[in-house]
Ligand binder design. Structure first.
Ligand code: FAD
Ligand code: FES
Length: 530
C-alpha cells in the first residue's frame, strides 16, 4: 500500500466502469453541465428526462471528484448543529431544509430502484455521540429540535458502539450507499437515454454572453445555460468564492476485529470524526475526520496519523486497508448556495455543501433542473446564492476572509534561501524565495527539479505543498494543482506556470541540482510575469 500520494478511495476497488470519449468537436445543446459528480449527474438525468438536449463535460473520469472520495453517508442531520442554523434562519426554514434533505434521500432510493442501480443503498439509523459530558446538553437540544422538525430521534441508554461514550442520540431512517457506483450507473443511464457525456475534457474557459459556451482543449459546447457542477464553481465569482471556505478531510478504510452495530456515526468534536461500515454486516469500516483549512497545514500526513491514532484508541484493528482525503466547502452561514450565480446571465451552480454534500448534491440536481425547466421548487429560495444573510453571516464572513488575507500577506513577508533546494527530498516540494519571486519547487522521484510559479492561477494566492497528497494547494479558495502544476480541483482554470531556472555553471541543468549551488539564480526575463 502506498502511504502518501494522491490516494484512491475504497469505492474505486472492483470498479466496473465504462469509458467515455474526450470532447473533440464543437457542439450545440440546450444545457451544458461541467462536472460528473453527484450534482452534475443528477442535474443531467433530470433535464434529460424532461426532454432537454444535455451534454456533460468532465475533467478526469465520472465520479472521481469528491463524490467518489466521500464516505457515502446520506443524512438529514447537517454538519452545523440545528440550534445554530435555527438561530440564523429560524425554525420554520430549517424544518423545511431538513424535510428537503429527507426527500433527497427518498429520491436516491426511488431512482436506484427505478433504474435498477446496484449501489448498496441501505436504510440505517444515524448516531451522534459525545465523549465529553460538556456536550450532553447540546445532544438533548439536538434531539428536541429534530423531533420538532418531524424526524424520529431519541436519546439512547444502550450504546451500540464498542467503546464508552458520555452520551449518544439516534436518528431513524438515514441511509448509506456506494456513491461511486451510484454515479457510474447514473452516467450509463444518462447516456443510454440520449445524453452526451465526455470524460478527460477539462474546461479551460467559460463564456457567459449571448451564446453561453464552455471551451476545452479540443472542442467547445454552446448552450442556453451552463451548470458548473464542479463542487465550487470554476472561474472567478466573488459573490460565491468569498462566501465558501475550503477544508480538507482525511479518511481510512479499516478492517476491525470487533465492529459496532450497523449505522452511521459521528461525534461532537470539532472537527468531528465520522464512521460507517462499507456495507451491511462487514467488518470493514470507513473512519474519517481531522479536517483543516486547505493549504494551511504543512505536515498533512500527520493528520492521517492522527486519524490512525483515533482508530487504534477506539477499536481493535486487524488492518488498515485504505487512505484517502479530499476537500469540502463550507458556507459562511451554514447552508449551501444552489441556483443561478449572482451577476451571471446563464450560469448555475451548487456549492458550500460542507460534509453532507451527497444529500445536498441530489437536492441541487433537483433545484437547478427545476429552475432551468421553469418549474416551481419549494426549496429554491432558501438555497438561492443571492440570499442576503448579512447579519447572520457577517462574523463568519469576516473570519474566513481575514484568514485568506493573512495568507496573502504572510507569504510576502517570509523568506527562504535558494540553498533550500538541496534540502528538498525526492517526491517532496517546497515554496522558496528566488530573488523577489516565490517559486514552487518539486523534486521528482528520480531527483530532478520541477520549478513552477507559486501564484495560483485563480486569484493570485500562493500555493502550499501538501506532503501527504503530493499536491500544491491554495489556501484562498481551495484550488489544487498536481506536483507538476496541472490544475485538478477547485476554481482555477489554468495550470501553474513553468519557471525556467539556471545556474552560472550550467544554464540548462538547473533541474538536476542536488545540493546548494553558489551561482544559482533565476533567469529574470523568463521568471514569471506575475
Ligand atoms: C473525505 C470526504 C468525505 C465525505 N463524506 C460525505 C458523506 O459521507 N456524506 C455526504 O453527504 N457528503 C460527504 N462528503 C461531501 C460530498 O462528497 C461532496 O460535497 C459531494 O460529493 C460534491 O459533489 P459534486 O458533484 O458537487 O462535486 P464532485 O463530486 O467533486 O464533482 C465535480 C466534478 O467536476 C469536475 N471538474 C472540476 N473542474 C473541472 C473543469 N475545469 N472542467 C471539467 N470538469 C471539472 C471534477 O473532475 C468532478 O468530476 C465528503 C467529502 C469528503 C472530502
Ligand atoms: S483558489 Fe482562489 S486564489 Fe487560489
Amino acid at each position: 500500500m502506498q502511504r502518501w500520494g494522491l490516494h484512491k478511495s475504497i469505492w474505486t476497488q472492483d470498479l466496473r466502469k465504462k469509458n467515455y470519449e474526450t470532447l473533440r468537436q464543437n457542439l450545440n445543446v440546450d444545457t451544458v453541465i461541467v462536472g460528473a459528480g453527484i450534482t452534475g449527474l443528477l442535474t443531467g438525468i433530470l433535464l434529460r428526462d424532461a426532454g432537454k438536449r444535455v451534454a456533460i463535460v468532465t475533467d478526469g473520469e465520472v465520479g472521481h471528484g469528491v463524490t467518489g472520495n466521500s464516505a457515502g453517508h446520506l443524512t438529514q442531520v447537517l454538519d452545523y448543529e440545528f440550534r445554530d442554523l435555527v438561530s440564523r434562519f429560524g425554525e420554520e426554514k430549517i424544518k423545511d431544509v431538513v424535510a428537503a434533505c429527507g426527500n433527497a434521500i427518498n429520491f436516491v432510493e426511488k431512482l436506484a430502484t427505478a433504474k435498477k442501480i446496484e449501489c448498496g443503498f441501505t436504510r440505517t439509523p444515524g448516531f451522534k455521540f459525545t465523549e465529553s459530558k460538556d456536550d450532553l446538553q447540546n445532544l438533548v437540544e439536538e434531539v428536541e429540535l429534530a423531533q420538532r422538525f418531524g424526524m424520529s430521534a431519541s436519546q439512547l441508554l444502550n450504546n451500540p458502539l464498542s467503546f464508552l461514550v458520555a452520551g449518544i442520540i439516534r436518528f431513524e431512517n438515514q441511509a448509506m450507499f456506494d456513491p461511486l457506483s451510484f454515479v457510474l450507473n447514473l452516467a450509463e443511464s444518462f447516456v443510454g437515454e440520449g445524453g452526451l457525456l465526455f470524460e478527460n475534457s477539462r474546461v479551460l474557459k467559460v463564456e457567459d454572453d449571448s451564446t453561453p459556451r464552455v471551451h476545452t482543449k479540443f472542442g467547445s459546447v454552446s448552450a442556453q445555460e451552463i451548470v458548473l457542477a464542479t463542487h465550487t464553481p470554476i472561474g472567478v465569482y466573488l459573490s460565491l468564492h468569498t462566501r465558501v471556505a475550503p477544508y480538507f478531510s482525511y479518511v481510512m478504510g479499516v478492517r476491525l476485529k470487533r465492529a459496532p452495530a450497523q449505522g452511521l456515526f459521528w461525534d461532537t468534536s470539532k472537527p468531528y470524526f465520522y464512521l460507517r461500515p462499507v456495507k451491511t454486516g462487514t467488518d470493514i469500516w470507513i473512519i474519517g475526520g481531522r479536517d483543516h483549512k486547505t493549504g494551511q497545514e504543512i505536515k498533512t500526513y500527520e493528520r492521517y496519523l492522527e486519524v490512525e491514532e483515533y482508530i487504534h484508541q477506539h477499536f481493535d484493528v486487524s488492518e488498515i486497508l485504505f487512505y484517502w482525503g479530499n476537500e469540502v466547502f463550507e458556507s459562511v452561514d451554514g447552508l449551501p448556495y444552489i441556483g443561478k450565480i449572482p451577476f451571471t446571465k446563464n450560469i448555475f451552480t451548487g456549492t458550500g455543501y460542507s460534509g453532507t454534500g451527497l444529500t445536498f448534491g441530489v437536492l441541487a440536481g433537483r433545484i437547478i433542473s427545476d429552475l432551468i425547466l421553469g418549474e416551481k421548487n419549494e426549496s429554491a429560495e432558501i438555497f438561492d446564492p443571492s440570499r442576503v444573510k448579512a447579519v447572520a453571516s457577517a462574523s463568519s464572513f469576516l473570519k474566513e476572509n481575514m484568514n485568506v488575507a493573512k495568507w496573502y500577506v504572510s507569504d510576502r513577508l517570509s523568506h527562504h534561501e535558494i540553498g533550500e533546494i538541496k534540502l528538498i527530498a525526492p517526491n517532496e516540494g517546497r515554496v522558496i524565495d528566488v530573488g523577489e519571486k516565490k517559486v514552487a519547487i518539486y523534486r521528482t522521484e528520480n531527483g530532478r527539479i520541477h520549478a513552477l510559479s507559486s501564484t495560483c492561477t485563480h486569484m493570485g494566492g500562493t500555493v502550499h505543498w501538501n506532503s501527504a497528497e503530493k499536491s500544491w494547494d491554495c489556501p484562498c479558495h481551495g484550488g489544487r494543482f498536481r506536483a507538476t502544476g496541472e490544475a485538478f480541483e477547485g476554481p482555477p482554470l489554468g495550470d501553474l506556470a513553468d519557471v525556467k531556472l539556471y545556474t552560472e555553471e550550467n544554464p540548462d541543468a538547473a533541474d538536476t541540482i542536488t545540493e546548494a549551488t553558489p551561482g544559482f539564480s533565476p533567469m529574470p526575463e523568463q521568471l514569471l510575469d506575475i
